[in-house]
Ligand binder design. Structure first.
Ligand code: THU
Length: 136
């Protein structure tokens, strides 16, 4: 994936992060997914007073894309941190890795970002070895 697209995804994820509803953790996460058409779907974490009902940014973005008819993601960028500033990489949680895997292949990239200048790129097998998958 070209660097300018990676930076665009990070920018979109950062914007989505500002919509995070995270009054309990104070930890704001944004994600942006790009699909083969080039369309981008964004998401943020959405928490709940019943904590376990909270949804992560990655899954919000992916579920938005899938609910709009998408079935494959070419890339996903994630950026997260406390409300004041992003100071560290926010790696996708295990549940989100499994959901990313559902709609990925070996060419899909997972971008974990601190900023448009500081980011890491992975494929899903690096983040989730021995993926659980069923034949479709
Ligand atoms: N969170 C995400 O949005 N994505 C992740 O991959 C890890 C965690 C959210 C969930 C919760 O709202 C907050 O970050 C603190 O865990």
């Amino acid at each position: 994936m070209k660097t300018d697209i990676i930076k665009l995804l990070i920018r979109e994820a950062s914007k989505a992060r500002m919509n995070a509803y995270a009054p309990y953790s104070g930890y704001l996460v944004g994600a942006a997914v790009i699909v083969p058409s080039g369309n981008i779907f964004t998401g943020c974490n959405v928490e709940n007073a019943s904590y376990g009902l909270s949804n992560c940014a990655e899954r919000t973005a992916i579920f938005k894309a899938v609910s709009e008819g998408q079935r494959h993601i070419d890339g996903i960028a994630v950026i997260g941190g406390p409300i004041e500033a992003v100071t560290d990489m926010a790696y996708p949680c295990g549940a989100c890795r499994q959901v990313i895997a559902e709609f990925s292949n070996e060419d899909t990239i997972v971008i974990v970002a601190k900023s448009e200048e500081e980011y890491e790129v992975y494929n899903i097998s690096e983040l989730l070895p021995h993926i659980f998958q069923l034949d479709k």
